[in-house]
Design a protein around this ligand. Sequence first.
Ligand code: PRP
Ligand code: ZN
Length: 297
Amino acid sequence: MNDTRDRLRIAVQKSGRLSEASLALLRDAGLAFRTSRDRLFLYGENMPVDVLLVRDDDIPGLLVEGSCELGIVGRNVLDEQRLAGADAPTAATIQPLGFGACRLALAVPDGGAIATIADLDGSRIATSYPALLAGWLRAQGLRADIVVLTGSVEIAPRLGKADAICDLVSSGATLAANQLHELATILHSEAVLARSPHALGAVPTQLIERLCARIAGALSGAGARLLMLQAPRSALAAITQLLPGRERPSVVGLDGYPDDIAVQALCRTTPDWQQLEELKRLGARSVMVLNVERMLA
Ligand code: PRP
Ligand code: ZN
């Protein structure tokens, strides 16, 4: 697309793990939106910036063809496109966004025939990430049939289409709901801000830079939350893994309770209820989320 536009377009996942936090970040960056009737488009009301709501897998392509200048997408999706496209131009990562942490993992049916990584040899593996999976299989010296699916990968084993899957895992709820469990992690990922490779796009560079600076500003303070909780010391590792922030949490002892600790963690976005419930399940008590007014790193 080579039209001249005076409005910047940013692509965001329409419905999925990253959707809510992506829009929250844009609002933290000071953008206000009106939703189009078809809900595919958010019209920026106070800046010439519009949001396209799309499938996350389509975001690298939209950036490469120049239909959008910026995108918020999982690093895994960019990595896949880079590997699959060989020398084709790719979207550049501007910065990690501190949310959407997940892993690309191999998972197999509970109680099934595949119990170890070696058992994957000769199996059929369903995935939306064939290039990343192929690279991993090669490195492990394994052969498998890769069944490429664009959605609902988790039901492939039940449908008899595959013996294993390679998909994103965040909370693990999708795997559990489908009687699957993880066998191996292929890569860790999180949401990143990405940019179209077209340096001379249709939209003024100034506007792109202004929005990127706003996003960086929003990330470095505003919108931050302080998560406080108490927990058994033995649960610390599991709790730290679940914390949405990237900073190291502060951990202090509790007078008179040697087996317990208090944890404070800075979060870039508000932890959602599911995350809080998982923390509780791991033994956290007195879980509190506080607004951070100001912050000086
Ligand atoms: C991923 C993945 C699972 C879900 C896992 O989907 O495909 O459906 O997240 O999350 P959980 O472990 O918390 O249950 P994503 O939001 O990336 O959307 P997509 O697969 O439709 O692209
Ligand atoms: Zn996807």
